[in-house]
Design a protein around this ligand. Structure first.
Ligand code: ACO
Length: 196
């Protein structure tokens, strides 16, 4: 699990927290976060570390997630193990989502431009805690908060584990072929809300 050289307890009044750009140390706000700078830098360190571990787990050459590249239309959810023994809390999961303007092919092969499409961008549960339902908990928390459904989410370069996760928990199997790295499942375009 992921431990830090500072107490993360103040960041986790509950096991899952939501982080936005204005809470972390981005190049844009680094100079003006003074009273909160310590907290912002620590939160950034947590995100950077989890982003690195996620990249390693997915075999990526560089992280998808880092604090300084968080944009205003993205949200990071962090999960901590409040049941952990000892004085320190441990961070066990990260989920980054956002909205994207994408050109996507529908089931008939017609290209459509979709604005503000829900997108799953990065997802990681620590190796020591995978397959214990933590990913589902983190994902469900995000869906409820965003009022999203899994079928209406695009997924950026899903790993085999994540595809298996989506099949198991949400019955998502059949994909709509795309020309980019995003994966959509059949039924994605089944609602007028998603029409161009
Ligand atoms: N092999 C195959 N399927 C797996 C594995 C695995 N090692 N781990 C999880 N799954 C799938 C299975 O469907 C599993 O059900 P099962 O154990 O009955 O077979 C199900 O997920 C378990 O669900 P949870 O316990 O809720 O999920 P978990 O806490 O393991 O989190 C996650 C899922 C985030 C995909 C995790 O396995 C992980 O971090 N994997 C490594 C990093 C990764 O691949 N992240 C997704 C990248 S894609 C993206 O971010 C857009």
């Amino acid at each position: 699990m992921v431990d830090f050289n500072f107490d993360i307890r103040p960041f986790f009044p509950q096991p899952i927290i939501r982080v936005h750009m204005d809470q972390v140390a981005t190049p844009g706000n680094r100079m003006r976060i003074s009273p909160r700078s310590d907290a912002a830098l620590k939160l950034s360190a947590i995100i950077d570390r989890m982003g690195q571990l996620s990249a390693v787990a997915q075999g990526l050459s560089r992280p998808v997630t880092s604090a300084d590249r968080l944009s205003s239309n993205q949200t990071i959810y962090l999960l901590a193990d409040t049941q952990s023994k000892g004085s320190r809390l441990l961070v066990t999961g990260l989920l980054k989502v956002g909205t994207k303007n994408l050109y996507l092919f529908d089931e008939r092969g017609e290209r459509r431009k979709l604005d503000q499409t829900p997108a799953i961008l990065d997802f990681y549960v620590h190796e020591s805690r995978q397959r214990h339902g933590l990913g589902k908990r983190l994902f469900e928390n995000m869906l409820a908060e965003k009022c999203w459904t899994p079928l209406k989410c695009s997924v950026d370069r899903p790993s085999e584990k994540f595809l298996t996760f989506l099949k198991k928990h949400y019955g998502l199997v059949r994909t709509i072929p795309q020309a980019n790295n995003f994966v959509l499942f059949e039924g994605f375009f089944g609602d007028a809300d998603n029409a161009d």
